[in-house]
Design a protein around this ligand. Structure first.
Ligand code: BF8
Length: 635
């Protein structure tokens, strides 16, 4: 069966490598996400407005936005209830994803601590004692600077386990430890302090069950609470990952499909959790693995990544990124990948079909995430080294099966610097945030915008990410970010020192002095918590609330429930959030108004929807300037 060609690939993606690979896939008869998106047109109008409900089996129900057909579902839910339930569903879905990720990291961390206490070998250990001490200190564990690391780790585990299992109304320990006073007061007043990582998502699912919460205001209020639980679940994941694998420091690497190699075994790690991808890198870099590869005629083993597990191993180990969400099938369509190793989240089931067209092995690894057509090599914390070896061996043994005549790797990649954890930024600033704060006060840094989130085939891949970032840096705004935005920015060259030339004159001076790019890669999506930690520190240093800062958040190409949840917690934390893709809420005027206007009165920030990146930049600059004036800072 042929594939109907995309009319103009340049309208689907601004990434040249992707444009080339769309055509290459079509030549080979391979359907990709871009083609499937076209086949889905026109998408359901009811669903796009949030006016379709399938939460019970009386449904699906839909509401007529023009007021001619039904105005209520069979249970009597009106448009406001329907849309609000759907928003809460997305937030809970995102929180569950990050919460499970954090839980898997916690379980592994606990395993590392217990094995160390008993003197037994284990694939994981505490690699960053400094970070562990800082976590313990934050959590209020006594003598965090002097006690043994293992002693502290035992207590850290206890505190974080409580955050999953708490049955009282007490707040999360991590929330207490990492939130600032001014925000805590707001959350307490609104009754949205997060209590337990599991409980908030659980309660959300209960509330959206047929016949429970029908008031859009209370549904959305719980949405804010669940989003806060998400925020601190992500922070938990980041902190423990740093303690286990090391806190990122600036590191050079490359991004885009050109990182795949003709003469090496290519292993692409994909997904989100670094627990296995880090191990795969360790094994692939070993002498024994290199020997295996040479035995089958390869020059070496090239590990690269897709999506956020790529960001994890890029940030800590300098592993190149083959691309963001919409690159996943294109990477396989090169015919050069021996194994794609997936953990979970944002891994498209269609990968199995693309892999089947080549010698490529698609390997699923997590018990909760299987794909028909993939081979499953299951990760278990205690067996992580063996599992990583099995995966690397599978890939190496597959190398001789590569059909060289069908290999097509676009020779496109960009140089980047990643690894900007808060600790690394502080180091780059000479030991404290003071120089950054002074630069903000002077106006050399006009403001800071965090751009995050996905690709979404509803908008041209990377266009919003790149145009928005370019516009902002040209106007002296420092851009930081994570996730698929970070990969987009890297592919566009915005994370190289050469990109300093694109910055406005005042920002450029700062960047040159610090030898940093204008767009700072702060990590994977869970590492959005790093942005919050930085904003908290800046707000405290200036003696103001986060909502007073000249900052903005943006998800120009948001796609997943995780993105909905992240956007919601940024707003709840007092940061305005721009969305470049229209979310499915327009079916309810009241919900739309609450999210884009009224919520500001509650938490000091709101959502802004603007598909045009240039206009979005104008909105952000205007907001930043207003906040500067309110703080008495010069233009
Ligand atoms: O967690 S940015 S498409 S890869 S959801 Fe997924 Fe979105 Fe990419 Fe990372 Ni985040």
């Amino acid at each position: 069966m042929g594939v109907t060609p995309i009319r103009k690939p340049e309208e689907k993606t601004v990434d040249k490598a992707a444009q080339i690979m769309i055509r290459r896939a079509e030549e080979l008869g391979i359907e990709t996400v871009y083609h499937r998106y076209e086949k889905q047109q026109p998408q359901c109008g009811f669903g796009s407005l949030g006016l379709c409900c399938w939460f019970c089996m009386m449904g699906p129900c839909r509401i007529d936005p023009y007021g001619v057909g039904p105005s209520r579902g069979i249970c009597g839910a009106d448009a406001n209830t329907m849309v609000a339930r759907r928003v809460l569903f997305h937030i809970a879905n995102g929180e569950a994803a990050h919460g499970e990720h954090a839980f898997h990291v916690l379980e592994t961390f606990k395993g590392a601590v217990e094995h160390s206490l008993e003197g037994r070998p284990y694939p994981y250990r505490i690699a960053d004692e400094r970070k562990l001490r800082s976590i313990a200190k934050r959590l209020g564990i006594p003598d965090a600077e002097t006690r043994s690391v293992l002693d502290l780790a035992v207590e850290v585990v206890k505190k974080i386990e409580e955050d999953f299992t708490r049955t009282t109304e007490e707040p999360l320990n991590v929330f207490r430890a990492y939130s600032i006073e001014s925000r805590r007061r707001i959350f307490e007043r609104l009754g949205i302090v997060p209590r337990s990582i599991w409980r908030e998502a659980f309660e959300a699912l209960h509330r959206i069950h047929v016949g429970v919460d029908a008031d859009y205001r209370s549904l959305l209020a719980h949405g804010l609470r669940t989003a806060l639980a998400d925020c601190y679940a992500m922070l938990t994941a980041t902190e423990l990952q740093d303690a286990m694998f090391g806190t990122p420091r600036p590191v050079e690497s490359y991004a885009n499909l050109g990182v795949l190699k003709h003469d090496e075994v290519n292993i692409v790690v994909h997904g989100h959790n670094p627990l296995l991808s880090t191990k795969v890198v360790e094994v692939a870099r070993s002498e024994d693995a290199l020997k295996l590869a040479k035995d089958v005629g390869a020059k070496g083993i090239n590990v690269c990544g897709i999506c956020c597990t790529a960001n994890e191993v890029l940030m800590r180990l300098g592993i190149p990124s083959a691309g963001n969400l919409l690159h996943q099938e294109l990477a396989l369509a090169t015919g050069a990948v021996e194994a794609m190793v997936a953990d979970y989240q944002c891994v498209m089931p269609a990968l199995a079909d693309v892999a089947r067209c080549f010698h490529t092995k698609l390997v699923t690894t997590m018990p909760i995430a299987r794909i028909p057509g993939a081979i499953h090599i299951e990760w278990k914390a205690g067996r992580a080294d063996e599992v990583a070896w099995e995966i690397v061996r599978t890939a190496v043994e597959n190398f001789p099966r590569r059909a060289r005549e069908r290999v097509f790797i676009p020779d496109i990649k960009s140089k980047l610097i990643a690894g900007f954890s808060v600790e690394a930024i502080v180091e780059a600033l000479g030991g404290s945030l003071a120089p950054l704060i002074e630069a903000i006060k002077r106006g050399d840094i006009r403001g800071i915008v965090g751009i995050v989130g996905c690709n979404n085939p509803k908008v041209p891949q990377d266009r919003g990410h790149v145009e928005l970032a370019k516009e902002l840096i040209a106007n002296d705004v420092l851009v930081v970010g994570t996730g698929c935005w970070a990969i987009a920015a890297a592919k566009a060259g915005l994370m190289s020192l050469e990109a300093q030339a694109l910055a406005g004159g005042r920002l450029r001076k700062v960047l040159e002095a610090l030898k940093i790019p204008p767009c700072l890669h702060m990590g994977s999506c869970v590492d959005n918590s790093r942005i919050l930690v930085a904003l908290n520190a800046v707000a405290e240093a200036l003696g103001v609330d986060i909502s007073d800062l000249p900052v903005f958040g943006s998800a120009p190409e948001a796609m997943s429930s995780k993105a909905v949840s992240i956007g919601t917690w940024f707003v709840t934390q007092g940061v305005n959030v721009h969305l470049g893709v229209i979310p499915p809420v327009l079916g309810s005027e009241l919900v739309t108004k609450l999210l884009t206007e009224d919520v500001e009165k509650l938490v000091g920030a709101r959502f802004v929807v603007e598909p045009d990146p240039k206009k979005a930049a104008e909105i952000m600059l205007d907001h930043i300037d207003r906040k500067r004036r309110a703080l008495g800072l010069p233009a």
